[in-house]
Design a protein around this ligand. Structure first.
Ligand code: HSE
Length: 455
């Protein structure tokens, strides 16, 4: 059988990894796919660099390099277009054009699908083609496959993932070396772990893109990135990491999506889906709390299977290529199958997606770490505990540590009061924090970090 023919749009790190792995493992891949998979065209604005990559692999005679992506899309010999450009702009136009031209699409572009997924999947369905995106979430970890197929018997209860390697690297360094965020960010940039413009990573946007996709697949809802609650790690202080550690917790940037209300004993009683990315205290004894450096990990809780954990490299040339090629093999196997017999893009049949709402943040339920800088005098703690009690917020643990900041200018001694709470509704916590913040004995903005037991 003739090989399936692939055109790459963009040949950066992932593109060259895809070439390398396809070439190195071509015998095994062909045995698995049932026919060969060959990249026969590459479009890249930097044709000189693209030609150099292709030439280094000795493929200059079999791979045509062009500057214009539309030449690839228009080529009737190309069966699958791999979009590795990134972003929401031209990538969206080209993906839609490729679909309209009847090409299957493989993409690593989480931003594109999290924002425009509904439009793109509908277009693909109309054309009877596949848009595959294993590489878009957690790089080399086959989490899309696991959620969409391996766990298909389950009602998914929640997902919690470390799905951004840059921020996990920074948090690991902050904890190990007791350094502040800004210092570690500079080191991460120097080492190439963080991009020159790391905004999407450190502000949690990249993680929210990935979480949005996992949430849609887990719960059978449309992709709704605009409803995600997103907080990054830029405000995190080394002292909170140290206090958390003292209390038996690590702080991780987690993407959490959870089905609540009706299905669990949610104190809020709200039925909906939580979709949130924020720094989170996790018990240090959990496996996921021990995922260090740039690694990714995703925990999935299913009602039948229980807790499962997927770990691996969330980025990089060959790990991401591993996911891209898995999609190429899937499409190759199903190329001639009736579109109705393929796995639906979002795991659920498109006419069976649910309208379960994404919950507003103040309706979500979680536990909290609070740090209050207060004057060290009688009655302060009692007043704080009283406010929490008024809001039916139960204290789980409490720690008090001197804060040296207040003694230098002869003002009253200050102390840090650190409180861990049990689960509560976020809206109630917001009201309690506002009330505590207004106390004259509370001397600095209250630090609040959410806490999840993940048990
Ligand atoms: N920048 C991402 C990370 C990888 O740091 O994990 C691509 O999404």
């Amino acid at each position: 059988m003739t090989p399936i023919r692939v055109g790459l749009l963009g040949i950066g790190t992932v593109g060259s990894g895809t070439f390398n792995v396809l070439q190195r493992n071509q015998t095994e891949i062909t045995r698995r796919a049932g026919r060969g998979i060959e990249i026969t065209m590459v479009a890249d604005l930097d044709t000189a660099r693209a030609k150099a990559v292709v030439g280094d692999l000795g493929l200059q005679d079999s791979v045509r390099v062009v500057a214009d992506a539309r030449e690839v899309i228009a080529n009737p010999d190309i069966d699958i277009v791999v979009e590795l450009i990134g972003g929401y702009g031209i990538a969206r136009t080209l993906v839609l054009e490729a679909i309209a031209a009847g090409k299957h699409v493989v993409t690593a572009n989480k931003a594109l699908l999290a924002v425009h997924g509904t439009e793109i999947f509908a277009a693909a369905r109309d054309q009877g083609v596949v848009v595959a995106f294993e590489a878009a979430v957690a790089g080399g970890i086959p989490i899309i496959k696991a959620l969409r197929e391996g766990l298909t018997a389950n009602r998914i209860e929640w997902i919690a993932g470390i799905i951004n390697g840059t921020t996990n690297f920074i948090l690991s360094e902050m904890r190990a070396k007791g350094l502040d965020f800004g210092v570690v960010l500079k080191q991460a940039q120097a080492l190439g772990y963080a991009e020159a413009d790391p905004t999407f990573d450190i502000e949690g946007v990249d993680a929210a893109h990935k979480l949005t996709l996992m949430s849609a697949i887990a719960f059978g809802i449309p992709v709704q990135f605009d409803k995600a609650h997103i907080e990054g790690i830029t405000q995190l202080a080394a002292s909170d990491i140290a206090y958390a550690e003292h209390l038996g917790y690590r702080i991780k940037l987690l993407g959490i999506t959870k089905q609540t209300g009706g299905l669990t004993n949610s104190p809020s009683g709200s039925e909906g889906i939580e979709l949130r990315v924020h720094p989170t205290l996790v018990p240090a004894k959990r496996l996921i709390a021990n995922v260090e450096g740039a690694m990714n990990a995703v925990m999935v809780q299913g009602d039948a299977v229980g807790s499962t954990l997927y770990y691996g490299k969330g980025a990089g040339s060959e790990p991401t290529a591993s996911a891209v090629i898995a999609d190429l093999v899937d499409i190759t196997r199903l190329h001639t199958a009736d579109p109705h017999h393929r796995v639906p893009h979002l795991a659920f049949q498109h006419d069976a997606l649910s309208a379960t709402p994404i919950l507003a943040m103040d309706a979500t339920v979680t536990a909290y770490y609070l740090r209050l800088q207060v004057t060290d005098e009688a009655g302060v703690l009692a007043r704080i505990a009283g406010i929490l009690a008024e809001h039916r917020i139960s204290i789980d643990a409490l720690l008090q540590r001197p804060n040296d900041g207040g003694t230098a200018d002869n003002s009253a001694a200050r102390t840090d009061v650190i409180i861990l709470t049990h689960d509560t509704v976020e809206g109630e916590m917001n009201r309690a924090i506002a009330q505590m913040q207004a106390l004259p004995t509370v001397l600095a903005p209250i630090v609040r970090i959410r806490k999840e037991e993940l048990s």
